[in-house]
Design a binder for this molecule. Sequence first.
Ligand SMILES: CC(C)(COP(=O)(O)OP(=O)(O)OC[C@H]1O[C@@H](n2cnc3c(N)ncnc32)[C@H](O)[C@@H]1OP(=O)(O)O)[C@@H](O)C(=O)NCCC(=O)NCCS
Length: 178
Amino acid sequence: MTALPNPAAATLVPLDDVDPALVEDLLDRAFEPERRQRTAYKIRGEHSDALGALSFAAIGPDDRLAGTIQCWPVALTPPGARAVPLIMVGPVAVLPEHQGAGYGQALMLASLGALSPEAPLPLMMIGDPEYYGRFFGFSAEYTGGWTVPGPCDPARLLCRALRAELLPREGMLGPWRS
Ligand SMILES: CC(C)(COP(=O)(O)OP(=O)(O)OC[C@H]1O[C@@H](n2cnc3c(N)ncnc32)[C@H](O)[C@@H]1OP(=O)(O)O)[C@@H](O)C(=O)NCCC(=O)NCCS
């Protein structure tokens, strides 16, 4: 992994402290309004709530929202076996005018730092391996047999876990249903 070049540029607050409409506006600008059709939205399901303790907002120097990260409870269900709980990271979104200033890294570090140190759940995400592998140790090495409810480049289906080699090699990703 590459050392983080500039991770401390942002003021971070819990995402729950931010007006949800502002978060939706930011996501529309960082991605596109059709983002809701993305496979990651189908994995987390329509009726899930983001994990408040792991989801953050970055406030820029102008005191306005500059970026967000959300994390979701999801499940990997192997054929004929019990579902394994995972945390889905994302979307991670930084407004175009703030990109490259360390906000993305600061948001990722906040979520990773809020995981239970004794028993961190495995993480998964759909994202650029060049970014999430380089800085945060995510990898597609053990996700090749995982199925998702929509299109997904296998190279972008990433996970990070203390012992990723022990995760099920096959299974369907979907919302966590307790
Ligand atoms: C991807 C994203 C979250 C990164 O956040 P950021 O604040 O712009 O990035 P940071 O400042 O933390 O990191 C900058 C470094 O990461 C690299 N980087 C940024 N985005 C990258 C990407 N998608 N792929 C590879 N490298 C990337 C930059 O080149 C830079 O590297 P350098 O320091 O060697 O020049 C942000 O650019 C973004 O919101 N993009 C649009 C939405 C998106 O694609 N989200 C990810 C999918 S969930």
